[in-house]
Structures are given as C-alpha cells and as structure tokens.
Ligand binder design. Structure first.
Ligand code: TF8
Length: 334
C-alpha cells in the first residue's frame, strides 16, 4: 500500500471500496487507455476515489479500457491539465472548480463564502438539478464533464500566529487559488492574498514567500503543509468541489457503451470519494492536533464576525454568477 503522506491509522480506517455493480460493457473490439491527472498526493481521498474509478472501468470493460493514474500534478497543475484535455494530449482530470471560473463563470458559485452550510446541501447540489446543469455548462470548450467529487471545506493555516478574527489577518500573505473571488475574500478580510498554482505552494510556504494558505485538512496533511505551518483555524469558509472532466476529442472516439461506462463509473466514484473524504476529514484534523499543530476552533460568534465582514463579497459577484443560482442553493439550506 503506497499511501504517501497519510498516517497508518487514517489509511486503515479508510472506508472499503464498494463492490462493483453493473455488468460487462461491450465495446468495439478495440483497446483504450485513459490517463488521469490528479493534483493531490496518493494519500488523499481524491486518489482513492480515482482508484475505485480505475477498478470499475477496467473490470466492466473486461480490460479493454485501461486507466492510468498520475498523482501530485506530475502531468501539470489543474489549469495545465485542463488545457491538455482541450488539445487532446490527456484524457481525464479532476480539478478544483475554482481555477476554471474564467472559462465557466457560473462555477464561481462554489467560491462564495459560507454558501454551503452542510454536506447535506452539497449532496443535494451534486446529485440534483443544479449539479446536472453545471455539468452541462462545463461540457463545452473541448471538455465533457461527467461528475462531481469532494475537495472539501477549506481551513486556514499560517506560520505566524493563531488567527481567530479578521483583525488577526492584517498583513498576512495568503496564497489563494487562481480565482478572483478568493482574492476578494482575503482582501476583504484584511489579509494580503497572492494567487498561485498549487504545484508551487509547498516551496512558497517553506521559503516564506507566503505566510499562509487554505485547503481542507486532508490536503494539509497529505501535502505536509503542517510541517511548515504551525497554526491553523477551522474556518470552513469555502466548500470546493472537484469536477471530473474528459477530453472531448478523446470522448468522441469512444464507442457509446464506453462513454456510458465512464459516466456510470464517475457517479460511483463520486459517492465513494465523498464518503472517504468525510471519514478522513475529522480523523485527520485530530491527527494534525496530535502532531502538534495549534488548531483554533471558532465559536459561532467568531464565525459570525467572518461572515459579516464577507457580506460585501456577495454584492460584488452576485450579478456575474447569477442571483438565481445563489438563491436556489440558499433554498436547499432552509
Ligand atoms: C488548491 C486546490 C488543490 C486541488 C488539487 C491540487 O488549493 O484545493 O488542492 O485542486 O488539484 O489549489
């Protein structure tokens, strides 16, 4: 078991992969290979989900469709991988939605602070009409979008001091994803944000180019950010999805049966990966504490201070994202 960056405990508590359902799928006698670019390390939920996808596709195609996984952004960061899909030099990738908002402005709904109060709301979005609509939006520009999985709730880490209020952020240099709403969030809170690709992040933290970053607990541990970031705050400020994207050029060459197989496998991966992510999230937070990370848990009152300060972010972006979409998601929380 090569579970880089994940503790033995977390690895052994990983929910088991469900049995594969659905029978064999007939193709056209030809063999296919799908290379999947994964941004995070082998220890994360994302990789585990992709391993399940691999198992389903290879088994149900009777080995005619081979899946090859490439972890840790070996084939490029999120944006580079998506552009390789468009040019047809890579078959599949699972990026965060945030770096893609220039291509798909509606995706910015996932960057709004505190819009997804619970994973129950997340699941209603992924498994309902809103999720389907957004997959349709992303099935253009040389891409076919076939499913959602979970990156997760983002938490702040930094190398300077504990943070429990926006006032503590003054002057802190925070790396954000390449996304204008995230920049707006950290500016509005009084920090000093810099957009940067994930691939450059560890070195930037280690060398003090930036003081902090924000990502789910799983990524903080599997990418070893805690080794250079002694302080964390459980902010849950944004929920980030991963989207399953396939190259349209590749897609159009596949027999229909295999196209449907990929859609089915992406759905199965989606459910399983969310389960893994949620199991690991709580466990890994505890492990980070045990390993000496100082984690500040905010009281409801302290969260409310962040929320109030971030209210203007909604005014800045509402029209561009589409007010209806935001209201529809808000309604799910009622
Ligand atoms: C980020 C994202 C990344 C993922 C992955 C590396 O902070 O949360 O962790 O998109 O591809 O850039």
């Amino acid at each position: 078991l090569a579970l880089v960056g994940l503790s033995a405990q977390a690895a052994s508590d990983m929910p088991p992969m469900p049995e594969i359902t659905g029978g064999k799928v007939a193709g056209n006698g030809q063999d296919y290979t799908i290379r999947v670019s994964i941004g995070t390390t082998k220890g994360g939920a994302q990789y585990r989900g992709a391993e399940y996808f691999e198992k389903i596709v290879e088994s149900r195609s009777d080995g005619h469709v081979q899946v090859q996984l490439f972890d840790s952004a070996q084939l490029g960061d999120d944006l580079q991988a998506v552009s390789s899909l468009q040019s047809g030099t890579l078959e599949m990738t699972l990026p965060s939605t945030s770096p893609l908002v220039k291509m798909f402005p509606e995706f910015a709904v996932f960057d709004l602070p505190f819009l997804f109060p619970t994973t129950d709301v997340v699941d209603q979005v992924f498994d309902g009409d809103i999720g389907d609509q957004l997959l349709k939006v992303a099935s253009s520009k040389g891409l076919v979008a076939i499913g959602w999985s979970e990156n997760g709730y983002r938490q702040l880490t930094n190398s300077k001091h504990p943070v429990s209020s926006p006032a503590d952020l003054e002057g802190l240099k925070i790396r954000t994803m390449q996304n204008p709403i995230h920049l707006d969030i950290w500016r509005t809170l009084g920090a000093n944000p810099t957009p940067m690709s994930f691939a450059e992040l560890f070195t930037a933290l280690e060398q003090g180019v930036v003081d902090g970053q924000e990502n789910p607990w799983i990524t903080i541990q599997s990418s070893k950010f805690n080794e250079v970031q002694p302080y964390a705050t459980e902010t849950n400020h944004v929920y980030t999805p991963f989207i399953t994207l396939v190259s349209k050029r590749y897609w159009d060459r596949l027999p229909e049966g295999y196209q449907q197989l990929l859609v089915d496998a992406a759905q199965d991966m989606s459910r399983y990966e969310r389960q893994v992510s949620r199991t690991l999230n709580d466990q890994i937070k505890q492990e980070l504490k045990d390993d000496g990370m100082q984690i500040t848990e905010l009281t409801p009152g302290q969260v409310a201070v962040f929320q109030k300060k971030l209210a203007p972010v909604y005014d800045h972006w509402r029209d561009q994202i589409g007010g209806q979409l935001i209201d529809d998601i808000r309604e799910l929380s009622q």
